[in-house]
Ligand binder design. Sequence first.
Ligand code: IMP
Ligand code: MG
Length: 175
Amino acid sequence: MSNEPKLHILLSRKQIEATVKRLADEIRKDYHTKQPILICVLKGSFMFMADLIRQLDFPLELEFIRLSSYGRGRESSGEVKVVQGLHSPIKGRDVLVIEDIIDTGLTISFLLEYLRKKKPASLKLCALTDKPSRRQAPVNIDYLGFTVPNKFLVGYGLDWDEKFRYLPDICILEE
Ligand code: IMP
Ligand code: MG
């Protein structure tokens, strides 16, 4: 018997591409005159952010933030820390947070609260995927790509223990 994890494609690169375009259209409509700051939540959102901003043909700024919560396992510990913070002030700015996946909601709730204290003019959330079945903290997602089942997902930036981020499709990692 092999210990190789089994992967099944849940969302193909084609589906992701179409959805990123749709999200970009929604975001452009709301932000094209606002010079927003997009905050990419590292590491999982890097690929999504890169594809998204290539579709956003208007002035915007980018920030990156890195949080720790998961450790190396598959479960959110609920204890979130800012490992790498923002470089520019966001006070009075229109801020859009870019996330790969909302699972328990604990990480993003912490982050939105952390950012709200810095007094942005507005604060919204764009998430590529949402796993609502595991929610522990309520989260309002302003721009959502896909609702996904309660499975562990890898690829398109998402990892399991730093593995599989490079896959171009979003795959279910079987037990
Ligand atoms: P939450 O605090 O449980 O909502 O977890 C959010 C973070 O955990 C996400 O930003 C992801 O980085 C990571 N995460 C949650 N579910 C998955 C998954 O299925 N695959 C890979 N990473 C995940
Ligand atoms: Mg993440």
